[in-house]
Design a protein around this ligand. Sequence first.
Ligand code: FAD
Length: 403
Amino acid sequence: MADRDRVIVVGGGPVGYTTAALLAQANIPFTLLEAGHRVADEPRAGTIHPPTLELVASIGAIDAFLDRGFRVENYRYFDRTQGLIANFDLSVLGDLTPYPFRLMLEQHKVCFIMQELLAQQSSPMDIRLDHEVTRVEQTDDGVRVVAATPQGEQVIDGRWVIGCDGGRSRVRKSMTVDFDGFTYPERFLILSTPYDFGPHGYAFTNYIADPEEWFALFKVPGPDGSGLWRVVSPVDPELPEDKVFADDAVQARIQRFRPLAAGYEIVHRNIYNVHQRVASSFRQGRVLIAGDAAHINNPLGGMGMNFGIHDAFNLVEKLAMVWRGDADDDLLDVYDRQRRTVAQEYLQRQTIENKNNIEQKDPKEREKFYDSLRATVADPEALVTYLRRVTMMEGFARAAAIT
Ligand SMILES: Cc1cc2nc3c(=O)[nH]c(=O)nc-3n(C[C@H](O)[C@H](O)[C@H](O)COP(=O)(O)OP(=O)(O)OC[C@H]3O[C@@H](n4cnc5c(N)ncnc54)[C@H](O)[C@@H]3O)c2cc1C
């Protein structure tokens, strides 16, 4: 191949590695450029929804996902004062998907599984770490990407570039697109502990609503697969980070959630800014964006990475047709329309709603919401409709219907 007969993937997060694995399976040469020198393993995504599992099954990766993840067959919604409000049994989706559960698996392990898929492929590929993209330019028939590396500036030419370089995407900034939306004033703190909350009536996924200090509680496999619980809660924007992370402050916070005389072992403490934004276009000529580069949202509901993986499958299927000359490049505008529409209609709407509900300050609205959850779990048809939406099945189907 001529050096420039390749796709350049910018970013080696879960969406970048999924994109790379799909390009390799389609026999399309690619170069992946990643700013870091390894896969980032801070605690971010941990929840994988049924449509994503169906997609990874289609590329031969489902056994690795299921072997390494924890299945969540039911998740629970609590009020911090009243206790359990609703238990959602995902097995009711059994007629609609072979994977009627959420899978808990950390996002860096998704990257590792995609790397394993890449290792099985013989198509031309090239993964360059410590390559931070600083500039993207395009001509009629190609793209030129400039990266800062420890050896100095490198220029990489290709036919197409796919920016999977996260919320601050340099690729997106090279396009003339807006990234409208908003940033929440508060940040989210994640504390990880090996303490087992299971015997206290918690499922592997729990949302605990409260007008002042809500919590979300998840169990992920952790480094050795034996389980690590993540406790997520909002942080006062005025509090400086050193105060948030101080030992007594993190103990006090987690003890407020559930008192424990012996104290908690805290193995990680991480804090994140939280945004709701969607790019005004996911394509400009030969430059495409996917994942957080194209849309960001709060993590309640566990949707951002899943949505980005759906972007990757949608995009590479179309790009492969264009690459082989089986379709005109207008097909890539369909990618933009399909994914951007559902990013607005489902991803943004659902995650904003999730945050409003978990922190609802109006007691009447809060009770109304709880009543709606109780009514939903009591009505089998309503339950399936609701779970199709929150497990991303509805949005996934809606995207496919957009032309
Ligand atoms: C606390 C938290 C919990 C979450 N939980 C969930 C969940 O349960 N389920 C879910 O679906 N989503 C969840 N998310 C969202 C999820 O983490 C993101 O949607 C996901 O990481 C997006 O993947 P990505 O590959 O698009 O971007 P990223 O994971 O941000 O990866 C981008 C990559 O690009 C690299 N990069 C950046 N700039 C450059 C550059 N200029 N040149 C080269 N490389 C560059 C970065 O180093 C990085 O490796 C959560 C997020 C947070 C913060």
